[in-house]
Design a protein around this ligand. Structure first.
Ligand code: CP
Ligand code: NVA
Length: 307
């Protein structure tokens, strides 16, 4: 069966564990190499990845491109607006054609359903590089970062503060798989998808929902924030007003466990969802987190291609 990587709850727990371990091992093994050098085993030699972007990206685009280079393969970036997709060619026909040329496809899409439709018609693995519903690659990098910082995920307490968005959804999907509890503090009307919460709970995950940030972060080992206005959101002014009280400040961090880590997938807006003193302070892991997108993605690509 073709190994797509679309949502974390679709990947077996043992495979997710192996992906994280592979990411950490590969990162350690090439510590002294220049960034453009190929890993000693050249695991994806001769393989090509197409990346389709319907939305902006800095980290996802660069890290997937460098991931393929470091694995000995290559990548092609396609902006959806430049493709016939932008003129009405169907997602399914695009998938059938693209998968005749390349070995795997990464898609950043406006609509999650389009990634699912693409995967259903694709003969090669499809990776979700962010949709309106989820961002699974990001969460594997985040969990790698926390483990490397010394946190044991099983039994850890992670608090999500702000909008219950696509990134929050992937934290929910991963909770039962890695055994951390997740407390979400979101204003009324900005909570996470109810089906995601129910699925995670039915798999044994502990997901607690609160309408205030203080209760959500109490005793947390990790506090996570993300933008209040995601790509594709149209009501920026209303969102900024509704979410203003959910900014991560030094005071809020002081309610979490002593020395709690701060994560943010970036791009960040200092003074909106997080204060500069927090994101640029000693508890923040955000740049290790960004770097780990590269290492996590290499392991995801290897898993998808069974290399
Ligand atoms: N975190 C993340 O996905 O960043 P980009 O939007 O820059 O890819
Ligand atoms: N929630 C954000 C994440 C960006 C990486 C968005 O979807 O825009």
């Amino acid at each position: 069966m073709t190994r797509h990587f679309i949502d974390l709850w679709q990947t077996p727990s043992s495979d997710l564990r192996s992906i994280l371990d592979e990411a950490k091992q590969r990162k350690a093994l090439r510590r002294l190499l220049p960034k453009g050098a190929v890993d000693a085993d050249s695991a994806l030699s001769g393989r090509s990845l197409a990346m389709i972007f319907e939305k902006n990206s800095t980290r996802t685009r660069l890290s997937f491109d460098m991931a393929m280079r470091q694995l000995g393969g290559g990548s092609i970036v396609l902006n959806a607006g430049d493709m016939q997709l932008g003129r009405g060619e169907t997602v399914e026909d695009t998938a059938r054609v693209v998968s005749r040329y390349v070995d795997a496809v990464m898609i950043r899409a406006r609509r999650h359903a389009d990634v699912e439709a693409f995967a259903a018609a694709s003969a090669v693995p499809v990776i979700n590089g962010l949709t309106d519903r989820s961002h699974p690659c990001q969460i594997l990098a985040d969990l790698q970062t926390l483990e490397e910082a010394g946190l044991t995920l099983k039994g850890a307490r992670i608090a999500w503060v702000g909008d219950g968005n696509n990134v929050a959804a992937s934290f929910i999907h991963a909770a039962p798989r890695f055994g951390y509890s997740l407390a979400l503090g979101c204003p009324s009307g900005y909570g996470p998808d109810g089906q995601d919460v129910e699925r995670a709970r039915s798999e044994g995950g502990r997901i607690d929902l609160f309408n205030d940030p203080l209760t959500a972060v109490r005793g947390a080992d990790v506090v996570v924030a993300d933008t209040f206005v995601s790509m594709g959101d149209s009501d920026a002014d209303r969102r900024l007003a509704d979410l203003a009280a959910f900014r991560v400040t030094d005071d809020l961090m002081a309610r979490a466990a002593n020395g709690a880590y701060f994560l943010h997938c970036l791009p960040a807006h200092r003074g909106e969802e997080v204060d500069a003193s927090v994101i640029d302070g000693p508890q923040s892991l955000v740049f290790d987190e960004a770097e780990n997108r590269l290492h996590a993605q290499k392991a995801i690509l290897i898993w998808c291609l069974e290399a």
